[in-house]
Ligand binder design. Structure first.
Ligand code: NAD
Length: 253
């Protein structure tokens, strides 16, 4: 059975690179118009160009998801360009810690919580009324396996991703009768710039990253994109409030 999409317009944040870029390309490959949002204008324009080269339709909008006014204006740009918002993938996120909890700084805490939690909250705050007004939609937020369990030496990141799941479940219940579904995707280690920054400096860590997953490798961005598209598509109409681990078996251990 193939995935079917009755909607026409998708928004992806953090779409200049990694998981966000792969998911933006995957939405476009299904014939959807895609709004690519990111802080990084060069990367974001690059994603939009890749979509256009493949025959799709895309618009890049620069947006810092930690700023209320920018997120509000992003949603206005989506409506101005395409008239509606059917699917939103709130995926922009950062990971900058490398120490034990007591070694973290206030600046790190505020930065991680700002993007990963406030960013997702602000996006949903301005997406939900649009979806409500048009009679439905689907939202997927990027959490992490670090949102389902402990992440030693990444306690702030772990707390931020637990918070994403809390926002996801609460919004899902609030809007369950309004034909708006809200789910989270929880990747384990995926081969992106974020992974390379965290692991590539130390080859032993890279090796450990592969072997810690029961399937014996890290994940691919396309494998997360597929899960996000599934959570958005019509076939997933009975699925809401879930935190779907896409993790090579890691959390089943
Ligand atoms: N790569 C992994 O192993 C992994 C695992 C679990 C979860 N995740 C999550 O997946 C998501 C995507 O990560 P990725 O691995 O593709 O990382 P990435 O660093 O390749 O991409 C993240 C994107 O978010 C953008 N961004 C950062 N701050 C922003 C802001 N304030 N406003 C708008 N855009 C902003 C960046 O410019 C970048 O393009 C993140 O939420 C991350 O926490 C990644």
């Amino acid at each position: 059975m193939s995935m079917t999409f009755s909607g026409q317009v998708a928004l992806v944040t953090g779409a200049a690179a990694g998981i966000g870029r792969a998911t933006a390309l995957a939405f476009a490959a299904q014939g959807l118009k895609v709004v690519v949002a990111d802080l990084d204008a060069a990367g974001g324009e690059g994603t939009a160009a890749l979509i256009r080269e493949a025959g799709g339709e895309a618009l890049f909008v620069r947006c810092d998801v930690t700023r209320d006014a920018e997120v509000r204006s992003l949603m206005a740009s989506v409506i101005d360009a395409y008239g509606r918002l059917d699917y939103a993938f709130n995926n922009a996120g950062i990971e900058i810690e490398k120490g034990r909890l007591s070694e973290g700084s206030e600046a790190e805490f505020d930065a991680i919580m700002g993007v990963n939690v406030k960013g997702v909250w602000l996006c949903m705050k301005y997406q939900l009324p649009l979806m409500l007004a048009q009679g439905g939609g689907a939202i997927v937020n990027t959490a992490s396996v670090a949102g389902l369990g402990a992440a030693p030496k990444m306690s702030i990141y772990s707390a931020s991703k637990h918070a994403v799941i809390g926002l996801t479940k609460s919004a899902a219940i609030e809007y369950a009768k309004k034909k708006i579904r809200v789910n989270a995707v929880c990747p384990a280690v995926i081969d992106t710039d974020m992974f390379r920054r965290a692991y590539e400096s130390d080859p032993k860590k890279g090796e450990f990253a592969a072997t810690m997953h029961p399937v014996g490798r890290i994940g691919k961005v396309e494998e997360i994109a597929t899960a996000v598209l599934y959570l958005c598509c019509d076939n997933a109409a009975f699925t809401t409030g879930q935190a779907l681990a896409v993790d090579g078996g890691l959390t089943a251990m």
